[in-house]
Design a protein. Structure first.
Length: 163
């Protein structure tokens, strides 16, 4: 059974699809295709069915990542099939933990930047939606930096499952 990771932001058109694309690439580079499934969702359903924000797509494609995406809203019943739910900021962390049907499900929720040892105390990935391209580029830098530590943590879990 694959290890399942879901990235969550507000509308699922900027930060979480960016994190999904970057982490999916890291999983493939590590040779974990088929062992780790990666997707994303939003805490709100405003953009359900929409593609990623064009600025997200541009930043991803410029940096060699795929960008095929359709926004969707996170559902509490998904906790039972997910191993890790990765929130992009503390507001998402709080919302997801409130949605969790059980304390064990709430424990599955982690902040993305908690996997970046250089992140310091501010673990939020700022929402780039209302800004310019520089905010999307900064978001990508934060996502990439955290993906290394996240991959190490997921690798450990995958190896434990296989043992």
């Amino acid at each position: 059974m694959p290890y399942r990771v879901c990235f969550v932001c507000t509308g699922n058109i900027c930060r979480s699809p960016m994190a999904e694309s970057v982490f999916r690439a890291r999983v493939a580079e590590a040779g974990f295709d088929g062992l780790v499934e990666v997707d994303s969702a939003g805490t709100d359903g405003w953009h359900e069915g929409d593609g990623a924000d064009p600025r997200t797509v541009s930043v991803l494609e410029t940096n060699g990542y795929g960008s095929d995406h359709a926004a969707r809203r996170f559902r509490p019943e998904w906790f039972s099939r997910l191993d890790l739910v990765v929130a992009l900021d503390s507001g998402h962390l709080t919302a997801l933990r409130r949605l969790a049907p059980t304390p064990a499900d709430a424990e599955k929720v982690r902040l993305l930047r908690s996997y970046d040892i250089a992140a310091g105390a501010d673990l939020d990935v700022p929402d780039p939606y209302y800004g310019g391209m520089d905010g999307f580029e900064e978001c990508l830098e934060m996502v990439e930096a955290a993906s290394t530590g996240l991959l190490a943590a997921v690798r450990e879990q995958v190896e434990e499952q296989a043992a």
